[in-house]
Design a protein. Sequence first.
Length: 239
Amino acid sequence: MLRIKNLEAGYGKLRVLKKVSLHVDPGEIVTLIGANGAGKTTLLSTITGLLRASGGEILLKGANIVGTPADKIVARGCSLVPEGRQVFATMTVRENLILGGYVQHARGNRQFRDYLDHIFELFPVLQERQEQLAGTLSGGEQQMLAMGRALMARPALIMLDEPSTGLAPLVVKAIFRVIRQMREEGNTVLLIEQNARAALGVADRGYVIETGKIIVQGPAADLLANKDVQRAYLGRDVD
């Protein structure tokens, strides 16, 4: 679904990503964990076309999308749930969701609004608040709205940037429950998370990034058992 080869990107003269390589197979949940400033969000910005790569390849379903405009990348089946939710605060919940389905509408898919019913099944609270302004929702509800909005594009690959940030533990459990359901429904997921334990608990495989480089990779169970990963990201003092 997604294959990244020797990717380099940054801001001006600052090189953030340093020959990053990773892949996400169809139907997988793959997580990328790392500290603040490690390059996680820069990677997503580069994949989605918001930031231009300075080297390497980004293959989405076999096609190199480096240099492709962001809207065309969405149309190719890649959706992003950005860090901080970034919902349209002055629009209603329903309007936010319909806007997320714009790609389907542009393709002439007259049934795209029907997919709203499925989003409301995933997130019942959004159905209850569908006429409420998005800016008046709680943080957890806004995260659910951002996820629902991304799913409205019917993406093959959905990328989530720190979906658990600032949320109460019960809400985090609900968010990760939906992430599992995404995979069950055929979505491929690239999950960026600081909550390493939760991320590795739901993922098939994982990568650890430090200062713009992938330093460890492997099955999620192996990373959970890795003493260096435990010490650095799981809050365990390993002898």
